[in-house]
Write a protein that binds this ligand. Structure first.
Ligand code: FAD
Ligand code: NAI
Length: 509
């Protein structure tokens, strides 16, 4: 009884603490303090992008040290790990978006934000050209932003490898708009397949959902789509239940190449049970509006080209350079061999440049293009900028003290100044101690459908590989804790409960 009483008390106290924590989070979010205005006499630090790299930098940056300007066409941060869930309505897209204005409004010193796309970086002139690409344009929709320091965090665009028809007919999965387009297309295919007098071949084509790319984006999307079919579509549109089919096409011999062999096998087995077809060693070469043309090896080892009809085609074959990055690479001779992104050194400085740094998917620092890497890079850069500002402050104080020491009237005063100088020098040495960026890999996680996930978690010097329902619960709790804000966390939890209780919404908008 004593044990029970203590357990009950502990639960009660933790519940109150939890509510208080969430309550404070909400109150804090709604009541930003007054901000110091940007000081134009300070160095102008321009940050391009509002993704994982840039936002993690801005989160940790002491903005009062610089005149900070942010340029991005997206006025929100997007929590990409849960984007595949938005394609089928398990989560609503706004639940994983955090407005950049709210976030910047909470910084100590104000930050200027321009909703625009940076179209060109002129390194010689230290100018960024920006363009307002939104629907509503004012008298000025293109202008220049000068910089003293620049952080490039523009991410990457979708790789198509120049395969004909991909851009015209395929749907991608990188942004909120992509997820909305996929969600609508799925429903459109289902409704069109049930249209009066539709032929059996056409029904089969319309209900064939093809995903190209067996990386984590393709796998997670295929898993979510099959879940949607099993839990909802089948119920509301029983006439499609024998025809709806999901196929994952991958050029390599297996899916999820970054996971351990055991988890690859587990994923492929789970997909089989879920009735998702995996076509490995199959390379898509051409896309038309109704079929893809794929090349694979036949039983005799000879190449076979086949046409695979589809209703929905989701193209998830990785990253390619953005035009602004390509153009910048061409301006810097030291970048002439850069193919996958801006080559950076161990301090994330773009090679061949001064005062220009790059983070995330647009930078090549020998790490995978993931949110984990981008956010660690951004946070490290913020620490470095904060220390640089502190160093400059201490150096200025030291210069002042040296003059004071030379002109001090008596020995006693001179000694006191000398002690201050020694203290400051010690502080300076401490502050200057920032080592190069080092990435700490915490593991890889992916959802594979039917409430199962796979995880390769870094543990001490080894690795723990696990897959299944428990891993799925871990996946959920890890992503909930990583969400950007308390608001995001609450909204995502509400969406999970909503889709479990009421099912996913099958309306097309
Ligand atoms: P992004 O987050 O893509 O941000 C780029 C920013 O730059 C955006 O704000 C964009 O609007 C802006 N921008 C673009 N062009 C310009 C321009 N010309 N001028 C100014 N701004 C510009 N990684 C993981 O570690 N774990 C996961 O579970 C995971 N899941 C994912 C799921 C999906 C569906 C996808 C697509 C990716 C996932 N990733 C995951 C990868 C991860 O999202 C990326 O590695 C990460 O977003 C890279 O961060 P970034 O800051 O470089 O770029
Ligand atoms: P990816 O680069 O990881 O995988 C793309 C796959 O497409 C490759 O396996 C490639 O062989 C295949 N492919 C390329 N061309 C093809 C063709 N013509 N026909 C058939 N297959 C073809 O890309 P993805 O999944 O978009 O991920 C991008 C980055 O984001 C990766 O670094 C990934 O780790 C990260 N990410 C991480 C997630 C997670 O940790 N859960 C989720 C989503 C993305």
């Amino acid at each position: 009884f004593r044990f029970l009483r203590w357990t009950w008390r502990a639960t009660y106290v933790s519940a109150i603490a939890g509510v208080a924590y969430v309550g404070y989070g909400i109150w804090d979010m709604r009541h930003p303090d007054d901000q110091a205005q940007p000081d134009p006499s300070k160095k102008t630090l321009v940050v391009l992008g509002t993704g994982w790299g840039s936002v993690s930098l801005l989160k940790k940056l002491d903005t009062e040290n610089y005149n900070v300007v942010v340029v991005s066409p997206r006025n929100y941060f997007l929590f990409t790990p849960l984007l595949p869930s938005c394609t089928v309505g398990t989560i609503e897209h706004r639940s994983i978006m955090e407005p950049i204005r709210n976030f910047l409004r909470h910084k100590k010193a104000a930050v200027k934000y321009y909703e625009a796309e940076a179209t060109k970086i002129d390194y010689e002139k230290r100018i960024i050209y920006i363009n307002d690409d939104s629907e509503i344009k004012g008298d000025v929709s293109a202008t220049e932003v000068p910089f003293d320091m620049l952080v490039i965090g523009v991410g990457a665009e979708n790789a198509t490898f120049g395969i004909p028809g991909v851009t015209e007919h395929g749907l991608f999965l990188k942004e909120v708009g992509d997820a909305q387009r996929i969600r609508n297309r799925i429903m459109d295919c289902c409704e069109t397949a049930t249209f009066k007098d539709q032929s059996p071949d056409e029904i089969k084509r319309l209900l064939h959902m093809v995903v190209v790319g067996g990386g984590p984006t393709g796998v997670e999307f295929a898993g979510e789509l099959q879940d949607f079919f099993n839990s909802d579509l089948k119920k509301w549109l029983p006439e499609i239940k024998d025809t709806f089919k999901v196929t994952l096409v991958e050029a390599l011999p297996n899916v999820l190449p970054m996971f351990s062999k055991q988890l690859i096998d587990y994923t492929e087995k789970t997909f089989k049970e879920e009735t998702i077809t995996i076509r490995t060693k199959t390379m898509v070469k051409k896309v038309t509006d109704k079929y893809i043309e794929a090349e694979s090896a036949g039983p005799d080892g000879k190449k076979v080209v086949e046409q695979i009809p589809y209703g929905l085609l989701v193209w998830a074959t990785g990253n390619a350079l953005r035009p602004i990055v390509k153009d910048f690479i061409n301006q810097i001779p030291a970048q002439k061999d850069s193919r996958r992104g801006l080559a950076v050194n161990e301090y994330l400085v773009v090679k061949g440049c001064e005062n220009v740094w790059a983070v995330g998917d647009c930078a090549v620092a020998n790490y995978a293009p993931t949110a984990q890497v981008a956010s660690q890079e951004g946070a490290w850069l913020a620490r470095m900028f904060n220390q640089m500002a502190k160093t400059q402050e201490i150096e200025a104080e030291l210069a002042e003290l040296s003059i004071k020491q030379e002109t001090a009237p008596g020995k006693e005063v001179r000694d006191a100044v000398f002690t201050d100088i020694k203290d400051l020098q010690k502080r300076l040495r401490r502050v200057k101690q920032i080592g190069p960026f080092e990435y700490t890999h915490q593991g890889s996680l992916a959802y594979i459908g039917s409430e199962k996930a796979v995880a390769d978690i870094a543990w001490w010097s080894g690795n723990i590989a696990s897959g299944g329902t428990l891993t799925y619960l871990f996946w959920r709790s890890a992503y909930i804790s990583m969400c950007f804000s308390t608001r995001n966390r609450i909204l995502v939890c509400v969406d999970w409960v909503k889709s479990k209780v009421f099912g996913r919404d099958v309306s097309r908008v």
